[in-house]
Design a protein around this ligand. Structure first.
Ligand code: AMP
Ligand code: MG
Length: 317
């Protein structure tokens, strides 16, 4: 454990600064959830619109009672089964959570990360860190400390390096409407496992092209600078001119100037862990466009396809 570095990051956060830190999903940019000015700096540095709420990270189960007013039994079941881990629960907030954290919403997204450095940091920093992914708003999420440095560099007070992220895609986000579970974002905890634990879950507004139901569930997100198009696996190469790159699920194909393969053996965990770094590498190739193959749409594949479809979505505003 890098205790000295964790303590340094924790001190910065306690004193109202912002620090990037590793979680098992992606790197987060954290501030003390109870200090609105510190939280405001996260939005500034990321250039994130204030209508996009942050997730609050905790390290001890008992801490949720100060943050959340009430939660259904199913939420309890999910916490038992999936915390610490990549599952965020959106629940009615108490007044202790500043409005800036939740973008004025009456609910707050809470999760307990499973990365040991993240847990230790949250403990030392006071118990509740508000953190979005540590990237510029709308851009590819960071899965290494170097990615954070490239995008946010001098804007943050400290970067805690914990190596590459194990899961590689953000947490699954779930809420309850009239007591019924609703999926707001597919992510690192497979929907199938959640349904096994609590029964059927309604899919929220995550479907591609649908209107965002909660702030922050924007159609275009995770975007590369190079235009990205999704194609079916093994689809024919694009007919448009120019240098195309391929983000391949399992196999390389002819006709591309650069290729990144996510997982030669078709392992969705490996694909998720490699996704954002592969998107960044293709983005650095000076290509005219990137074709990204959709992956098998179950388990972590749902999260991967969600990220690809959003990275490919055209700006509508
Ligand atoms: P990020 O940490 O960058 O993955 O962003 C966190 C995301 O969590 C936001 O963009 C929202 O989609 C979602 N989120 C956080 N809090 C809430 C909430 N109270 N209600 C609905 N969605 C939320
Ligand atoms: Mg993000």
């Amino acid at each position: 454990m890098k205790t000295a570095a964790v303590e340094q990051a924790a001190q910065i956060i306690r004193e109202g600064g912002i620090a990037a830190f590793p979680t098992e999903t992606v790197y987060g940019l954290g501030a003390d959830a109870f200090q609105p000015f510190a939280v405001a700096r996260i939005f500034e540095v990321k250039r994130r619109p204030f209508f996009d709420p942050l997730i609050v990270h905790i390290a001890r189960r008992e801490d949720i009672s100060g943050l959340v007013r009430e939660w259904p039994e199913e939420a309890e079941t999910l916490m038992d089964r999936f915390w610490p881990g990549p599952l965020t629960l959106v629940l009615p907030k108490t007044d202790r959570i500043p409005d800036i954290v939740t973008a004025g919403l009456p609910t707050v997204g809470i999760r307990m990360p499973r990365h040991p450095l993240a847990l230790e940091l949250v403990r030392r920093a006071g118990g509740a860190i508000a953190a979005p992914s540590a990237n510029r708003f709308g851009r590819t999420s960071p899965t290494t400390a170097a990615h954070v440095r490239e995008q946010l560099g001098n804007g943050v007070d400290f970067i805690l390096d914990g190596g590459p992220c194990e899961v590689g895609v953000e947490s699954t986000i779930l809420t309850f409407e009239e007591g019924r579970p609703v999926l707001l974002r597919p992510g690192g905890t497979p929907l199938e496992e959640i349904e096994e634990a609590i029964g059927p879950v309604r899919k929220g507004s995550v479907a591609f092209g649908s209107r965002p139901q909660a702030p922050g569930m924007l159609e275009r997100h995770y975007a590369t600078h190079t235009p990205l198009w999704v194609i079916p696996e093994g689809g024919p190469p694009p007919t448009e001119r120019g240098r195309w790159g391929l983000l391949a699920f399992r196999r390389a194909r002819e006709g591309y100037a650069a290729v990144e393969i996510l997982t030669p053996c078709g392992d969705l965990r490996e694909a998720a862990a490699r996704l954002f770094a592969a998107m960044r590498r293709l983005d650095e190739e000076g290509l005219d466009a990137i074709a990204a193959e959709l992956v098998t749409d179950h388990g972590l594949g749902r999260a991967i396809n969600d990220r690809l479809l959003r990275a490919a979505a055209r700006q509508t505003a």
